[in-house]
Design a protein around this ligand. Structure first.
Ligand code: NAD
Length: 368
């Protein structure tokens, strides 16, 4: 097979800072595991606007379409807040998601034991937590037509349309079932079939796909409001949660907070398989560009490092190396190494972004 290709888009704020640490891991894989990537790097967000007047240059978009996977840092920052909506840094990210048709957003909520006390829930509810939320990302309430603010008589009316086709539901359901088969083989699908027709269709189609193609996976259904309650009552009951764009937006943020810091949360957005069988894929930390700490060496690189680990697992079929990286991050935390966002007690000394990256690399070497 040809060398796998990776496009790195560091972006703005702490994006480039955390990406330096991912580069150390890419180098480590090449030096110690004989795993090489054809890595290219380009601009996105405010950095692309500064250089080209747009948040994503056409040439960068074309590159993103041609590589095996894209790894993005973060976009945005106060410098760009007053730009026209059409050129705002976030448009770069939205263009990537839209044109690559990344319909399945994967957000793991994993609680490392060393961070269990960071959760807003009691330690025994979250220690060892490992759930995956699969959110439909390209349809539903955020895209449905008609949408807008219209005049109706003497008052304005705001309209968004919650619309799903069967094929949109089926393809994201398949993504969830396939993920479950690589985990604990359970999917809980969440919608509001009790009050929404689109929810009834969602439940029907998920059940049909399950029966026809994935009957070995355990499937359950839950109303999304109950799902929110269950996530904070007993989150460990879930393995894979499958849900739509709107409910997924809320439920995935809720699940994320079970695990502590934004600096620890990776994500993947996957599309249809390409000719080589790999899915179109964009990996990125959940956090933004964190302008309040940019340039201070305070950023936690773990979320970006863990996003790269997801790329190894889901794009490159290198689950063993992904686990090695996840274990290295967990090991570093167990050693008490903390960036500033993870400090718990007065007097604890934080390490810098670079020291955190070095500690992860040292753990990787120790794993050999
Ligand atoms: P943010 O995620 O950038 O920061 C929220 C808080 O978390 C800040 O206090 C920040 O210092 C902290 N934080 C975030 N990541 C961290 C890390 N890796 N290590 C340590 N601390 C970390 O969210 P925000 O402040 O609401 O947004 C800042 C900018 O980022 C805005 O322009 C926003 O539009 C953009 N944004 C981009 C993305 C993205 O690129 N996907 C996501 C969210 C926000």
């Amino acid at each position: 097979m040809s060398t796998p290709s990776l496009l790195i888009l560091p972006g703005d704020g702490i994006g480039p800072e955390v990406m330096v640490e991912v580069r150390k891991i890419i180098d480590w894989l090449s030096n110690h595991r004989g795993i090489s990537f054809e890595v290219s790097e380009d601009l996105v967000g405010g950095a692309a606007y500064d250089a080209h007047g747009v948040a994503l240059h056409d040439a960068t978009m074309a590159k993103a379409q041609s590589v095996d996977a894209v790894l993005l840092g973060a976009v945005g920052g106060p410098k760009y807040d007053n730009l026209d909506f059409s050129v705002k840094p976030e448009r770069g990210l939205l263009r990537l998601r839209k044109e690559m048709d990344l319909f399945a957003n994967l957000r793991p909520a994993q609680c490392f034991d060393a961070l269990a006390d960071f959760s807003s829930l009691k330690r025994d509810l979250v220690a060892g937590l490992d759930i995956m939320i699969v959110r439909e990302l390209t349809s539903g309430s955020y895209f449905g037509e008609p949408r807008g603010i219209f005049k109706e008589g003497n008052e304005r009316v705001g309209i968004n349309t919650h619309r799903y086709t069967e094929s949109e539901i089926a393809r994201v359901a398949r993504a969830a079932f396939e993920l479950a088969q690589r985990r604990s083989n359970r999917v809980c699908s969440m919608e509001k079939a009790n009050v929404m027709e689109a929810g009834v269709l969602w439940r029907d189609v998920v059940s049909e796909v399950h029966q026809a193609e994935y009957s070995d996976v355990e499937l359950s259904h839950m109303y999304a409001d109950n799902g929110a309650m269950q996530l904070v009552r007993a989150p460990k009951q879930f393995d894979v949660i499958l849900t739509d764009n709107l409910f997924g937006d809320i439920l995935s943020d809720c699940a994320a907070m079970l695990t502590g810091s934004l600096g620890m949360l990776p994500s993947a957005s996957l599309g249809s398989p390409m000719d080589n069988g790999r899915p179109k894929a964009l990996y990125e930390p959940v956090h933004g560009s964190a302008p309040d700490i940019t340039g201070q060496g305070k950023a936690n690189p773990s979320a970006c490092v863990l996003s790269f680990a997801m790329a190894l697992r889901y794009s490159f079929n290198m689950g063993k190396e992904a686990t090695r990286i996840e274990n290295a991050v967990e090991g570093v935390l167990a050693d008490g190494v903390r960036t500033a966002d993870l400090l718990q007690a007065d007097g604890e000394q934080p390490v810098t972004t670079s020291e955190m990256g070095n500690a992860i690399v040292a753990r990787l070497t120790a794993s050999l």
